[in-house]
Design a protein around this ligand. Structure first.
Ligand SMILES: Nc1ncnc2c1ncn2[C@@H]1O[C@H](COP(=O)(O)OP(=O)(O)OP(=O)(O)O)[C@@H](O)[C@H]1O
Ligand SMILES: [Mg+2]
Length: 403
């Protein structure tokens, strides 16, 4: 794999997507190829049958290598499923230097201290995001190094997951013959692709509506504030259509993609589609959009309830940025705006030259962007994911396997 080649792997409930990009001389990212395979062995965003998933990854890798004319050895991959969750925690240490000047070592120690809480068995911390530091009780400190004090505290957001699902994911990638460069919990890759720093400062949510899951990440003052994955997605709409119109899921999927819309249509217009056996199925467009709206309302209800727990249901000035295949329903932004009473729009990828218009590809584009950032030689010194988190630990583990 050439040094300037980057790859992202989005393992979703309905499809496995791989994107290959090249870092140009002026440090931009140019997409060289994309491949997609239908998923198998996944349940609501989590890898449940490793071997089946590994086969799909191997297939998508072969096709992505082919279309991009590049050899791919390692990928940044996402971790999905509603087993991914966040929890807040605090840590306190005494500043070590006699003159009270806070060093990077103090910061590392206080972040370690904040991770020393007990999790239920089989759960582990993936990454910690410091929300703020407190120096001698004074809060809202973002960069404590160089300040003076006796006591350093921090409040962090710890991103956690069910260990067996994490292991299933990494094992599936490894046994497909790829190394793991990074594991990014959903929908942080999407956030990487679509959010601007200004939106993150103001307060913004990214909502990725996938096939089996809908994932939410909320940012404020530049930092991750909250993350949740709900086990409901656009495939549930398909199932509802299948039941409502008394047809097969495959037919319902075609109807959803071809005729589905939000915003109930007036009148009694009917449509029909031809089935494989030569017969036709007629249905009312009004009924179809009622079915879709009912399920979308339920999904947004879960999101609203969750935002309420962090008191953000009415306080996100930069609104909700939509992504995922489920966001391809016509009029979705208007619908979300009305239901959530917040600004809403479909996300667009930034910092990468490629198919920015397709919301279904934003997660994989974000993975490419994450992978590119990880290879940057200049280390980032700002708030955000802390070193020593999942990425570096995985690196240590996978060095054994990566060719
Ligand atoms: N034009 C469209 N209109 C409505 N829905 C669509 C459209 N195109 C795709 N979808 C739906 O989007 C979903 C696939 O989206 P996506 O690829 O983001 O999911 P995934 O990543 O495989 O799943 P997950 O993230 O839940 O694990 C499917 O349910 C599909 O029916
Ligand atoms: Mg997805």
């Amino acid at each position: 794999m050439k040094a300037n080649i980057i790859a992202g792997l989005d393992i979703g409930s309905s499809s496995v997507k791989m994107m290959v990009a090249r870092k140009t001389e002026d440090a931009r990212l140019e997409v060289l190829g994309f491949a997609q395979e239908s998923s198998s062995g996944m349940r609501k965003g989590a890898v449940v049958k490793q071997d089946e998933v590994a086969r799909r990854i191997a297939a998508v890798k072969a096709r992505a290598e082919n279309v991009s004319s590049q050899k791919i050895d390692e990928v940044a991959v996402n971790l999905g499923g509603s087993h991914v969750f966040v929890t807040s925690s605090r840590g306190v240490v005494a500043v070590s230097r006699a003159d009270g000047e806070i060093s990077q070592e103090d910061v590392d120690r206080v972040l370690d201290a904040a991770q020393a809480f007990s999790l239920p068995s089989n759960k582990e911390i993936l990454e910690v995001f410091p929300k703020e530091f407190l120096v001698d009780g004074e809060g809202s400190v973002k960069e404590p190094v160089g300040m003076r004090g006796i006591r350093l505290e921090t409040e962090v957001l710890a991103l956690c997951a069910f260990s067996p699902y994490l292991k299933n994911l990494t094992d599936a990638v490894l046994s497909s013959g790829l190394g793991v460069a990074d594991v990014v919990p959903v929908p942080l890759a999407t956030a990487e692709a679509v959010l601007t720093n200004q939106q993150k400062e103001l307060g913004v949510a990214v909502l990725n509506i996938g096939a089996g899951t809908t994932s939410l990440a909320v940012f404020q003052e530049g930092d991750l504030l909250h993350l949740a994955v709900f086990p409901v997605g656009s495939d549930h709409i398909t199932n509802d259509i299948a039941i409502g119109l008394r047809t097969e899921p495959e037919v319902a999927e075609r109807i959803k993609v071809e005729f589905g819309t939000l915003g109930v249509l007036k009148g009694k217009r009917t449509e029909k589609i031809e089935l494989e056996d030569g017969t036709t199925l007629s249905f009312s467009l009004k009924m179809l959009s009622h079915i879709i709206e009912a399920r979308m309302k339920e999904i947004l209800g879960l999101v609203a309830k969750d935002l309420k727990t962090i008191s953000k249901q009415a306080d996100l000035p930069a609104g909700i940025i939509l992504a995922g295949g489920g966001a391809k329903l016509p009029k979705i932004a208007e619908f979300v705006k009305k239901e959530m009473r917040l600004p809403a729009k479909i996300g667009q990828a930034q910092g990468i030259l490629g198919p920015q218009e397709d919301p279904e590809l934003l997660e994989v584009m974000g993975l490419v962007l994450k992978a590119a950032r990880n290879t940057e030689s200049v280390p980032r010194r700002r708030m955000g994911a802390v070193g020593g988190g999942l990425f570096s630990r995985l690196k240590q583990i996978f060095q054994v396997f990566v060719p």
